[in-house]
Design a protein. Structure first.
Ligand code: C2E
Ligand code: MG
Ligand code: MG
Length: 572
C-alpha cells in the first residue's frame, strides 16, 4: 500500500510511521512530505492509496490543503490529523470531502490504522456511488444526469467563447419489437452493441450518454456547427444500420436522429434536449432511419398539437363529437349493405374532419377515450336502428391500433355490448395494416377476441401499409377494403388499376370479402363489379351523413342493366 504522510512535526510523523508499521497486513510504503507544495509534487508523480494530512502546515491552511489535494487527485482518500478537539471544525472538514478525521494522540495509534482502512473503504464506496449516479449500468456509458451536467457546462462555455455546439438525440427504430420477439436479454445485448458502435464512431471529446430505454444523446463541441453535426449524423445512421451478430443471430435495426445546434437554436440546456427530441420525432414520422434538424416550424406544430389535444379533451366533455354514417351497397344489386361510422367534431361552430385530429389524438393517447366514445355511440345507434327498415344491416367502426392493444379493451367491449344489447354480427371492426405489424401472437389474440365476440374484421386502406401479405393467412380477417388511393385512379392510371385487380384476385383466392372505398364515378364502379368486388361506398352513392339523413337516403334500384341513382323510393 502506498501512503503519503503530510506532516511538518517530525516527532508526529515518526509516531504515525511507527503505528502504521506495526500492522503486518498493511505493509505500507510511506512517502513523507513536510508541506503542501511538496505533497502536491508527490501526488502528481505517484498514485497513492491514501493521504494522511496534518491540518497545520507551514505553507497553507487546512481547507486549502484539502481543496488542492482533491483538485490534483480527486479519487484519493484523505484522512486528516489534527491537534484540535473541536467537533465543529471536524464536521466542516468532513463536509469538504475528507474521508475521516482523527485527533492526534488520543490513543496508542490503533485509531490511525482504523482510520486509514476506513478512509480507503469509504472513498471506494463514494466512487462507486458517484459512478452509479453518473453512469448507465447496462452500457457503462454516462447516464442522463451526467449528460445534463455536461450540457449545462458546454452551453455556458459556448456562450462565453462564442462557439457552437450540437446535440444529437438518437432513438432506435422499432426497438420494442426486438425486445418483444427476441426477449429483454437480447434487447440488452443489442443496446450494448449499439452504444459501442456509437462510441467507436465519435471523437474523444464528444460526450455520449444513454438517456433511458433505447435513447442515446451525443454532445459535439468544437465542430463546425451544422455541417459537422450533419456529417456525424449521417455516419451514425450508416454505421448503426449494419447488421448485428449477437448470440448466433443476425439482427437489423435502424436509428432516427434529431439534431439541435446552439446558439442557432437558442434556449436552455433543457429546451435544447426538447428541441432534439422534437426533431427526432420528425425524423421518425418522415420514415425513420434518418436525421432531422430542429426548426422553428416543428416547435409551432408541437404547440398546435398541444392545443388541439386539450380541445379534444374538452370536446369529449362538452359532447362536441358526433358520428356520420356513409352507406355501403352490395354492388350486385345495389342493396344497402352497411354503413361506416365516421367521427365528426363540431368545434367552435366549425365542422372539423378526422384527418385534422385523429393523428393528434393517437399521439397524445386520447384516441383511447375518443375511440371508446365512438364505439359506445355506434352501439347506441345500432340499438336504435335495430329492426327499422331504413337502417343499414351492419355498422363498421374504425379502431386504432393503440386502442386494440389496450389491456381493458376486451372487458370494456363486453360491457358495452351488454349495455346496448348489440348483435355482434351487425358490427364490423375496421383496422389498418399498422395494427397487424406488432408482435404477431399479441395481434392474433386481439383479433381472435374480436372474432369470439362475433364481429367481422375488415382491413382498412388495404394495400397502403406494410405489404406483408402473410398476415392474411395467419390472422382471422374477413374483409379487405381497397383504399381510395387505388380506386381513384381506376381507368386513369394503369398501375392503380392493376393493383385493384390484384387485390380483388387475392381476396377471391383467400375467400375474403372486398369493399371498394371512395367510388366516385361509373368507370370505377363498373371496373369493381367486373372484377368481383362485393361491396362499395363512395361519394357517387353518398357522403357520410347523420342518422336522420341516413334514414331519408334514396333507395337504389337496378332496372335491367340500367342503374339508377337517386331514385326516391324506399325499400318496402
Ligand atoms: P377511412 O376509414 O378510410 O374512411 C374513409 C374516408 O374516405 C372518410 O373520410 C370518407 O368520408 C372518405 N370518403 C368516402 N367516400 C369518398 C369518396 O368517394 N371520395 C372521397 N374523396 N372521399 C371519400 P373521413 O370521414 O374524413 O375519415 C378519414 C379517416 O379518419 C378515416 O379513413 C379513418 O381512418 C379516420 N377515422 C374516421 N372516423 C374514425 C373513428 O371513429 N375512429 C378512428 N380511429 N379513425 C377514424
Ligand atoms: Mg375506415
Ligand atoms: Mg379506408
Amino acid at each position: 500500500m502506498k501512503l503519503l504522510l503530510v506532516e511538518d512535526e517530525l516527532a508526529d510523523a515518526k509516531f504515525v510511521k511507527a503505528c502504521l508499521g506495526r500492522d503486518k497486513a498493511l505493509t505500507p510504503e510511506i512517502v513523507h512530505a513536510v508541506c503542501l507544495s511538496e505533497a502536491l509534487t508527490h501526488l502528481e508523480e505517484t498514485d497513492f492509496d491514501v493521504v494522511i494530512l496534518d491540518l497545520h502546515l507551514p505553507d497553507a491552511s487546512g481547507e486549502e490543503c484539502v481543496r488542492k489535494i482533491k483538485l490534483t487527485k480527486p479519487d484519493v482518500p484523505i484522512v486528516v490529523l489534527s491537534g484540535e478537539e473541536n467537533e465543529d471544525y471536524a464536521i466542516e472538514i468532513l463536509n469538504q470531502g475528507v474521508q475521516d478525521y482523527l485527533v492526534k494522540w488520543h490513543d496508542d495509534g490503533k485509531g490511525i490504522l482504523r482510520s486509514v482502512r476506513y478512509g480507503i473503504e469509504r472513498k471506494r464506496s463514494e466512487l462507486k456511488l458517484a459512478h452509479l449516479a453518473a453512469f448507465d449500468s447496462l452500457t457503462q456509458i454516462p447516464n442522463r444526469n451526467f449528460f445534463v451536467d455536461c450540457l449545462e457546462r458546454a452551453v455556458s462555455r459556448a456562450q462565453r467563447n462564442g462557439t457552437m455546439l450540437a446535440l444529437l438525440f438518437l432513438d432506435l427504430d422499432r426497438f420494442k419489437g426486438v425486445n418483444d420477439t427476441l426477449g429483454h436479454h437480447f434487447g440488452d445485448k443489442l443496446l450494448i452493441a449499439v452504444s459501442e458502435r456509437i462510441s467507436a464512431s465519435v471523437r474523444d471529446g464528444d460526450i455520449l450518454a444513454r438517456m433511458g430505454g433505447d435513447e442515446f444523446a451525443l454532445l459535439l463541441e468544437d465542430r463546425n456547427g451544422v455541417a459537422g453535426a450533419e456529417a456525424t449524423a449521417s455516419k451514425l445512421i450508416k454505421v448503426l444500420a449494419d447488421p448485428y451478430e449477437l448470440e448466433g443471430r443476425i439482427v437489423n435495426i435502424t436509428t432516427s436522429i434529431g439534431i439541435t445546434v446552439f446558439p442557432q437554436d437558442r434556449g436552455s440546456p433543457e429546451s435544447l434536449l426538447k428541441n432534439a427530441d422534437i426533431a427526432m420525432y420528425q425524423a421518425k414520422s418522415a420514415g425513420r432511419n434518418g436525421f432531422k434538424f430542429f426548426t422553428e416550424k416543428m416547435q409551432n406544430r408541437i404547440v398546435h398539437q398541444h392545443r388541439v389535444a386539450q380541445e379534444i379533451r374538452s370536446g369529449l366533455e362538452n359532447d362536441e363529437f358526433f358520428l356520420a354514417y356513409q352507406p355501403q351497397y352490395r354492388l350486385s344489386d345495389n342493396r344497402l349493405d352497411g354503413a361506416e361510422a365516421l367521427i365528426r367534431w363540431n368545434h367552435k361552430n366549425k365542422l372539423v374532419m378526422p384527418d385534422e385530429f385523429i393523428g393528434i389524438a393517437e399521439e397524445s393517447g386520447q384516441i383511447i377515450d375518443v375511440g371508446y366514445w365512438v364505439i359506445e355511440e355506434a352501439f347506441r345507434q345500432s340499438n336504435a336502428w335495430c329492426n327499422t327498415e331504413t337502417a343499414p344491416p351492419r355498422i363498421a367502426i374504425n379502431i386504432s391500433p393503440r386502442q386494440m392493444h389496450q389491456p381493458n379493451f376486451n372487458r370494456e367491449l363486453q360491457r358495452l355490448i351488454a349495455k346496448y344489447d348489440v348483435n355482434p354480427e351487425s358490427i364490423e371492426i375496421e383496422l389498418t395494416e399498422s395494427c397487424l405489424i406488432q408482435d404477431s401472437n399479441v395481434v392474433k389474440d386481439s383479433l381472435q377476441m374480436l372474432k369470439d365476440f362475433g364481429f367481422a374484421i375488415a382491413i382498412d386502406d388495404f394495400g397502403t401499409g406494410h405489404s406483408c401479405l402473410d398476415y392474411l393467412r395467419r390472422f382471422p380477417i374477413d374483409i379487405l377494403k381497397i383504399d381510395r388511393a387505388f380506386v381513384k385512379d381506376i381507368g386513369v392510371d394503369d398501375e392503380s388499376t392493376a393493383i385493384c385487380k390484384a387485390i380483388l384476385s387475392i381476396a377471391d383466392g383467400l375467400n375474403k370479402q372486398t369493399i371498394g372505398e371512395g367510388i366516385e364515378n361509373e368507370t370505377q364502379l363498373e371496373f369493381l363489379i367486373q372484377n368481383g368486388c362485393q361491396r362499395g361506398q363512395g361519394f357517387m352513392y353518398s357522403k357520410a351523413v347523420v342518422p336522420s339523413e341516413f334514414e331519408a337516403l334514396p333507395v337504389l334500384e337496378v332496372s335491367s342493366g340500367d342503374r339508377q341513382y337517386g331514385a326516391r323510393k324506399k325499400l318496402g
